[in-house]
Design a protein around this ligand. Structure first.
Ligand SMILES: Nc1ncnc2c1ncn2[C@@H]1O[C@H](COP(=O)(O)OP(=O)(O)OP(=O)(O)O)[C@@H](O)[C@H]1O
Ligand SMILES: [Mg+2]
Length: 409
């Protein structure tokens, strides 16, 4: 049986564990003992084997896992947790297995390096200024001719931690402090690049494109439309696959994605690309991750297109060309349930069932403490739907949650 090393079962790990089981390969998860204990029981049950290492020292973890792979035999390396995708690329390269370019792999994670590669390869992306401290930022901004609003963000975080949109120089110091507030990765605890990026604010509607790459050939699978709350915190409220877009806009997003994925050296694997369609035409890349999408998007793609991206990822890592022919032409959507405030969870009522509703999930039990809105950890459940077209699934999704009430004490 082939053995596939999964670099940390966080992110869309369940999709990969299911795909590995379906492919008849043995999935081995590299993690820390205390992180293994913190996995949801549903994830732990799907893990056939673990290998413990210490990712807080990435260089040592790389040596340990190389040694492990050489002694125990590993046929493929799959990166799951975005922060560790450079480790996955380096490990695959050392073992002579298919993976991404190890020289450029940090650019799939570190936005400072990513911005440099986009510039070098002529990929459309926001104008970016780098600074190590607030004084340097103010001086470089004055010289750079960028106009407000501006985006200030850390080189190496995720989940929108420390990302601010600022309207004037008086907001720069606070935004800078927020961007440098978390200099360590969580939960493994390795140090992060504390460089701060100050970017032109790109106007337009944001989408993501999910792609599979086999031997350097990039295949964009679909455009995903993201729904967010407005206001200070941009929590994601839902996703729809495919986005309700015409062929020309889809082609623009696909072309821009292919250029970005190539620039970052993603040669064997998957890519989650976030980008904005510009009001005047064209698109600009916000960021790319060498990983599967989150938010249950792999399942939406299976429902809407009949393509299993997680399965394709494992096949690519094994050196097998995946079959990416769509087996369905439908649309699928998810809308998350977010409580109005933090407190003790009571109940969820008013979700309207219809033939389009595929599944309803509620996470907490009555009396469980729940977080308020503001970030994605505040979610208490979701409704997943399918319909013939994106327009129809979006209408069905609106109807399903129009009368939703979430009671919190
Ligand atoms: N230059 C920009 N112009 C306009 N909007 C931006 C820009 N940079 C970031 N954003 C917005 O902020 C969001 C978060 O930024 P980014 O993706 O760079 O950070 P992140 O921490 O990786 O976030 P996440 O994990 O939530 O995607 C983006 O999805 C986008 O909506
Ligand atoms: Mg992002």
């Amino acid at each position: 049986m082939k053995r596939v090393l999964l670099i940390e079962a966080m992110g869309s790990a369940e999709d990969l564990l299911d795909a590995g089981r379906d492919l008849g390969v043995r999935m081995v998860v590299a993690t820390h003992p205390e992180i293994y204990d913190s996995y949801a029981p549903a994830v732990r049950e799907k893990i056939p084997e673990v290998v413990f290492t210490d990712f807080s020292d990435p260089a040592k973890a790389l040596d340990d896992l190389t040694e492990y792979a050489r002694t125990e035999g590993v046929d493929a390396v799959v990166g799951c947790w975005e922060f560790l995708t450079p480790t996955a690329a380096r490990l695959a390269a050392r073992l002579g297995l298919p993976g991404n370019d190890p020289e450029r792999a940090d650019g799939c994670r570190n936005k400072r390096i990513m911005a440099g590669l986009f510039e070098e390869y002529g990929v459309p992306a926001p104008v970016t200024i780098l600074a190590q401290d607030h004084g340097q930022a103010a001086a470089r901004l004055a010289a750079g001719g960028l106009r407000y609003p501006l985006v200030v963000k850390p080189a190496e975080q995720a989940g929108s931690w420390g990302v601010s949109v600022i309207q004037g120089e008086d907001e720069l110091a606070d935004a800078f402090a927020a961007a440098q507030a978390w200099p360590y990765e969580s939960p493994h605890g390795f140090p992060l690049d504390t460089t701060v990026l100050i970017q032109e604010y790109v106007d337009g509607v944001e989408y993501s494109v999910e792609s599979v790459v086999f031997e350097g050939r990039v295949s964009p699978l679909t455009v995903v439309q993201k729904f967010t709350t407005d206001g200070v915190f941009r929590a994601e409220t839902g996703q729809t696959v495919p986005a309700a877009l015409g062929e020309d806009d889809t082609a623009t997003l696909f072309e821009t994605t292919v250029a970005a994925v190539r620039a970052l050296g993603i040669t064997n694997g998957v890519a989650h690309t976030e980008l904005k369609l510009l009001p005047g035409g064209g698109a600009k890349i916000i960021e790319v991750g060498a990983r599967l999408p989150g938010d249950r998007v792999p399942e939406l793609i299976r429902l809407a297109r009949g393509i299993d991206e997680a399965r394709a990822f494992i096949q690519v890592a094994l050196g097998i060309e995946p079959d990416l022919t769509p087996r369905a032409e439908r649309a699928a959507a998810i809308r998350f349930f977010v409580p109005p405030r933090a407190g003790r969870f009571r109940s969820i009522d008013g979700v309207v069932r219809s033939p389009q509703v595929h599944r309803i999930a509620v996470y907490p039990e009555p009396d469980d403490e729940v977080r308020g809105p503001g970030d994605n950890d505040g979610r208490v459940g979701y409704v997943m739907l399918t319909a013939a077209t994106p327009e129809k699934v979006n209408t069905a999704a609106d109807a399903a949650i129009a009368k939703l009430t979430i009671e919190v004490e």
